[in-house]
Design a protein around this ligand. Structure first.
Ligand code: ADP
Length: 289
């Protein structure tokens, strides 16, 4: 239902209306993001991903159409609309650039303080959020956030959002610029947020592999429109030509499995990860036609 959902109803967004730089970045987007989903948003550079996600918590207001969070129009100036905007946490690209307090604890406390919570509740949330992202309070609370590794800085940024206790969390390219170890760290945190905190996750990426192993729903954008909306497996197995048309990579695992099937190997195509592909190949490999 719409009471625990983000609903975009036929939204359009135009930058620089009436200027020579006028650009319509979103064209008639309608989508309902249900509570509990892990939604992946993918698309070529300039397809409208960032513009799309900035509508989810009222950072941008649609030129036409409406966005509601838990039934409330987030473009409104009411306290209720403000409360709903806070239900949608945002972690932007390179979130470490938004760290600015002198200590890690102060940085994580910034958002909750702004909610007007009392000191005790702010402290409780900071401790819980640090614990959740695996930063030991006694070790890290009073340290400067600027001497951490890239992966750790992002954990601080994520802890800051966790401390807001959002219902929805939007992450725009959360692994950009990290090494494989740092990426793994961040994706483990995101999966934990979804599984343990039951937060609805909206993950933007141009990396199909990252998205495909986590999302249970995938939206593909092209030139400001939704061209595909479905389960990742269905899209990879049946809509690959559309992905290619809009310049989005097909996961290599799907290509490999399809190629082996075409050569007569009787193996399942219901796999997304390398591990599952190995299992499938080892099992199905016994039955070569
Ligand atoms: P993506 O996140 O998929 O790369 P964006 O939402 O950033 O796409 O951009 C969608 C379109 O809107 C692009 O054509 C881009 O050039 C344009 N655009 C983005 N931001 C602005 C802006 N501030 N002013 C004018 N045009 C913009």
């Amino acid at each position: 239902g719409t009471l625990m959902a983000i609903v975009l109803d036929n939204i359009t967004y135009t930058y620089g209306v009436g200027t020579p730089f006028e650009k319509t970045a979103l064209k008639g987007i309608s989508v309902t993001i249900e509570n509990g989903e892990f939604l992946g948003i993918i698309g070529h550079t300039g397809s409208g991903k960032s513009t799309f996600v900035q509508h989810l918590n009222g950072l941008l207001h649609p030129t036409t159409g409406t966005v509601t969070v838990n039934g409330v129009d987030v473009s409104e100036k009411t306290d209720e609309a403000k409360k709903m905007r806070h239900k949608v946490g945002m972690v932007f690209q390179y979130p470490e650039h938004q760290l600015f307090e002198e200590t890690i604890a102060a940085d994580i406390a910034f958002g909750p303080k702004n909610l007007g919570l009392d000191e005790e509740e702010v402290d409780r949330r900071v401790r819980e959020a640090m614990d959740f992202v695996g930063l030991d309070y006694d070790t890290y609370a009073e340290r400067s956030p600027f001497h951490l590794s890239g992966g750790q800085m992002r954990r601080v940024a994520i802890a800051g959002v966790v401390a807001m206790e959002p219902d929805f969390l939007v992450l725009d390219e959360p692994s950009a610029g990290l090494d494989p170890f740092g990426r793994e760290e961040i994706f483990e945190e995101i999966i934990k947020l979804h599984n343990e905190k039951k937060i609805t996750v909206i993950l933007v990426s141009h990396n199909m592999e990252d998205i495909s192993r986590m999302a249970n729903r995938l939206i593909v954008l092209d030139k400001g429109k939704i061209v595909l909306d479905g389960k990742p497996l269905d899209i990879f197995n049946h809509q690959r030509h559309v992905l290619q048309e809009v310049g989005v990579d097909v996961p290599p695992v799907s290509v490999l499995i399809e190629s082996l099937r075409n050569r007569g190997l009787d193996i399942s195509n219901k796999v997304l990860s390398v591990d599952d592909a190995v299992k499938s190949i080892l099992e199905g490999g016994q039955h070569v036609k």
